[in-house]
Design a protein around this ligand. Structure first.
Ligand code: GTP
Ligand code: MG
Length: 202
């Protein structure tokens, strides 16, 4: 995808505050600090469109970005950070589920996995909801630079076993090498392809 423009639209928590669901949308989710915001910045070729942080758990809102006036990218709040207040932790699940369930324009979920970590309950919940609401899932294993090339397959295999997602489905990504971004764009483009056509048909 050739990026002509990217702009921040708004942050919201509840569906009534979301932007109108008129454009194809792709959302990024995963554990706090896994690299969601960093991946979006690389995909749109901007150093800091989305704020990244060394303090995990900072993004607790659903952030909407507009690409080329035609595609909506969404940075979803992370989970699993111990120091987030309990009330915020409790709100996370229902907020995610509502977004998955009600967002009519959602064409794909990009779920990020840290190459060094075994997926846990929250990742499994997100995978379940994506299946339940029939939203295509694009699984990305990120921070690939953190392990040696020889160790990669072993880590992907562990993530595959714990998540139930086939090893071949994962895209390996790293902000350092930038590998994987073309494949992720290709999968995004494939996922959004039918959206405009469906809209016209309705
Ligand atoms: P929250 O918004 O807190 O949920 O985190 P996030 O998932 O948006 O993570 P973010 O993009 O802020 O990245 C967290 C930290 O990981 C930052 O210090 C990034 O620079 C670093 N990081 C992200 N991706 C990579 C990667 O592929 N390789 C390496 N080495 N570091 C990365
Ligand atoms: Mg973030």
């Amino acid at each position: 995808m050739i990026i002509h423009s990217t702009t921040f639209i708004k942050s919201a928590v509840k569906p009534d505050a979301f932007p109108a669901a008129t454009l194809a949308e792709v959302a990024f989710c995963g554990r706090s600090n896994v690299g969601k915001s960093s991946l979006i910045n690389i995909l749109v070729n901007r150093k800091s469109l989305v704020r990244t942080s060394s303090t995990p758990g900072r993004t607790q809102l659903i952030n909407f970005f507009l690409v080329n006036d035609t595609l909506s990218l969404v940075d979803l709040p992370g989970f699993g950070y111990a120091e987030v207040p309990l009330a915020v932790k409790k709100a996370w699940g229902p907020m995610m589920r509502t977004y998955f369930e009600e967002r009519q324009s959602l064409c794909a979920i990009i779920l990020l996995f840290d190459i060094r970590r075994t997926p846990r309950e929250e990742e499994l919940m997100l995978i379940d909801w994506a299946r339940q609401y029939d939203i295509p899932l694009i699984p990305v294993v990120t921070k690939a630079d953190k392990v040696t090339k020889g160790q990669r397959a072993k880590h992907v295999k562990e993530i595959s076993a714990a998540s139930g997602i086939d090893s071949d489905e994962f895209v390996l990504f790293s902000t350092i090498s930038r590998e994987g971004s073309d494949v992720i764009w290709a999968r995004i483009e494939a996922a959004i392809e039918g959206f405009a056509v469906e809209q016209v048909a309705e």
